[in-house]
Each structure stands twice: as structure tokens, then as C-alpha cells.
Design a protein around this ligand. Structure first.
Ligand code: SAH
Ligand code: SF4
Length: 352
């Protein structure tokens, strides 16, 4: 069962396994082929109401509506960036709201989803971290964000990044269940390699993830290869030392043969010094890792400022000299508060 199913709230069809739905259909005295029909409506067509399920008898639709819900996210706000990205603030039936973003390019549509409302890891540079954790999302709630964006763009989703609010590896089972559904041909049918989960470095779960059979992609937020700096920037993962992380990532690469990404947001005067660059180079050299140098999104009221674009280029060049592949990732939708948590913060302050 879901880690997070809430007592007293009717079960959401998105959170039910195939077996559970099959049981329900049996208990309603219906033939099993209805299960497939219902799953098509839920996972492929993203039906918003039982009345949409036109190939089911009306009596069954009415019975289903009595015992299960169809999720039902409400769009509280949306913003469109000049680059075409769209950011949404979506609310679930219990009032909790999260963000997700759709980023179109040529024939592709990438969706960035949240795995928790808020986050308990407390990273110093992150808007989400500032307000703490409200709750983890169910797998259905994670999946629904992707479908909401798909329906709004009215096009197929080609990849999903789990880089919105929350720490996916503090909500491991539900995140994995959502990834599997997104991957499955009966769900969104998105290739496993195009599903990227980003973690701040919860080591036991990195090791668990290495043993999953699918070819999912892993990104780790590194932000500093100096223990003292990383402890200060990312207090939530202090107990997992960099040495430990280094070994865990070695094990991940050995097991999977897949190239992980390290995310590194350059913060002026904090993790962009020559000493920091030296440590980063040593941490990454002779590993398979790819480094994503990110422009820090300035969070209102934060003491942290982004480094200059020239400094980002220095990092890429110096990493390249020792054979470490690095690229500068453009922060999409920077003009629409695309940094983690910022749209929500603005909404809450009522300043839209
Ligand atoms: N909790 C996960 C995934 C969500 S955060 C994680 O930390 O990896 C997604 C990415 O955004 C992470 O790499 C995170 O470090 C980064 N991030 C958070 N705040 C940021 C900011 N103000 N500017 C740039 N990147 C930021
Ligand atoms: Fe949580 Fe990731 Fe933000 Fe850190 S960066 S507070 S882990 S969402």
C-alpha cells in the first residue's frame, strides 16, 4: 500500500495497484475486463470524472464514484515564461499545494514534478527548504502532475525530472511507484532513461536505487565537494559524509553502468572559489559522473548570490581538463520563478 494513504479519505484510483482494482471490480460483481477499461481511462486518458468513462455501464460509474475518487487536482495558478515553459501551482483535495513545470523544446516536452509538499532537508539556498515538510505525496499525486501538464500542452511527455519540491528519496516507495507507472506502456509510456530522479544524497536510498531493475537516471545534488561547505549548505545530509557518498556512487556506477549527474549550483564566494574547484575536480575525476553547473536562482531575502557566467565557464573548462564532462545548465523559466518553491512562496504572500 501507499506509504501515505490518508485515513478517512476515500481511496484514490491513482493510488490503487492493479491487484487492488481487480479486487474492487470483483467485489462489485463486475467482469475482469472492466479493470483494463478503467485503467485506460485513468492512466492513458487522464479522465477527470467517472462520467467520462463512456464504455462502462452507468450503474458501474455510479458505484465507483461512491467508493473511490479520481484524484482531482485543482490548478490554483499558472505562469508562462518567455521561453515557453509553464509553471503550475496544483492543489490536492486536502488543500495541500505543490508546483510542477512543463518545459517544451522542439519535439520534446519535459515535466518537472514535486514529490513532497515542502521539504524537510533544509538546504540553505533553497526556497522549498525554508518552509519545512508538509507531507509526502502519494504516487498518484506525483503521476497526476505529469498528466496535468500533458493535457495543458496537449502533447506527449517525453521526459520527467523529479526536481520540483521535496526530496524524492525521503518518499522512496511512492516516487518509485510513480516512476514505474510513468514508464509502463499502460501508463504514460515514458522511457526509463528519460525519468530522472534528483536526490540531495540520501545514501541508503541511492544504494537501493542502484538495485532497481529499470534504467532510470540519477542526479545527485552535490553543490560542494568540501565537507564543511556542504554541511553548511545542506544540513539535512550532514550525516552522510562526502567520503561515504563517493563510495556509494562508485557502487551505483559499478552496479548499473549508468552515468550519474552531479548538480552544482554556483554561489558567489561560497562554492565557487579555486579551492572548491580543486576539491570538485578530485571528487569527479576518473568517475563516470557528468557535472551540471547551474546558475543559482536568487531566492528573495536570501544572502546567496549567483556567480558570474564567466566563473561557470571556468568550472566547465577546468573540469574538462581532467576529463570530467561538465555542462552549464540553463535555468529554464527563470523569469517565472522557476526555482524550487518560489511560485508557492509568492502565492502565499498574495503578491501575484
Ligand atoms: N530534493 C532534491 C530534488 C529537488 S531540488 C534535490 O535536492 O536534489 C532540485 C534541484 O534544484 C536540486 O539540485 C537543488 O539543489 C536545486 N536548487 C534548489 N534551490 C536552488 C536555487 N535557489 N538555485 C538553483 N538550484 C536550486
Ligand atoms: Fe529539499 Fe532539494 Fe530543496 Fe534541499 S534542494 S531543501 S533537498 S528540495
Amino acid at each position: 500500500m501507499e506509504e501515505n494513504s490518508r485515513r478517512g479519505v476515500p481511496a484514490d484510483l491513482h493510488a490503487m495497484t492493479h491487484g487492488q482494482l481487480s479486487e474492487l471490480i470483483k467485489s462489485l460483481g463486475q467482469p475482469q475486463f472492466r479493470v483494463k477499461q478503467i485503467e485506460e481511462w485513468v492512466w492513458e486518458k487522464n479522465a477527470r470524472s467517472f462520467d467520462d468513462m463512456t464504455n462502462l455501464p452507468k450503474s458501474l460509474r455510479e458505484e465507483l464514484a461512491k467508493v473511490v475518487t479520481l484524484g482531482g487536482v485543482k490548478q490554483l495558478a499558472a505562469q508562462t515564461s518567455v521561453d515557453g515553459s509553464r509553471k503550475y501551482l496544483l492543489q490536492f483535495p486536502d488543500g495541500v499545494a505543490v508546483e510542477c513545470v512543463g518545459m517544451p523544446s522542439k519535439n520534446r516536452l519535459t515535466v518537472c514534478v514535486s514529490t513532497q509538499a515542502g521539504c524537510g532537508m533544509g538546504c540553505a539556498f533553497c526556497a522549498t527548504g525554508a518552509s519545512g515538510l508538509t507531507r509526502s505525496l502519494t504516487s498518484g499525486e506525483i503521476y497526476e502532475q505529469v498528466m496535468h501538464v500533458r493535457d495543458d500542452f496537449n502533447t506527449r511527455v517525453t521526459s520527467v525530472v523529479f526536481m520540483g519540491q521535496g526530496e524524492p528519496f525521503m518518499n522512496y516507495n511512492n516516487t518509485l511507484a510513480a516512476m514505474r507507472k510513468l514508464n509502463s506502456p499502460e501508463g504514460a509510456g515514458i522511457g526509463a532513461r528519460h525519468l530522472t530522479v534528483s536526490t540531495c544524497g540520501v545514501i541508503p536510498m541511492i544504494l537501493k536505487f542502484a538495485n532497481e531493475p529499470e534504467q532510470f537516471t540519477l542526479a545527485v545534488s552535490l553543490h560542494s565537494a568540501v565537507q564543511k561547505t556542504r554541511d553548511f549548505l545542506m544540513p539535512g545530509v550532514q550525516k552522510y559524509s562526502l567520503l561515504h557518498l563517493y563510495d556509494a556512487m562508485g557502487e551505483y556506477v559499478d552496479k548499473t553502468g549508468r552515468r550519474p549527474t552531479y548538480e552544482y549550483a554556483l554561489i558567489k564566494g561560497v562554492n565557487d572559489t579555486n579551492e572548491e574547484l580543486d576539491y570538485l575536480r578530485e571528487f569527479c575525476r576518473d568517475t563516470l559522473a557528468h557535472v551540471n553547473i547551474i546558475q543559482l536562482n536568487a531566492v528573495p531575502g536570501s544572502k546567496f548570490q549567483p556567480s558570474t557566467p564567466e566563473r561557470a565557464q571556468d568550472f566547465v573548462r577546468e573540469l574538462g581538463k581532467v576529463g570530467v564532462e561538465a555542462t552549464i545548465r540553463n535555468s529554464r523559466g527563470a523569469d517565472i520563478d522557476a526555482a524550487c518553491g518560489q511560485l508557492k512562496q509568492r502565492m502565499m504572500r498574495g503578491r501575484r
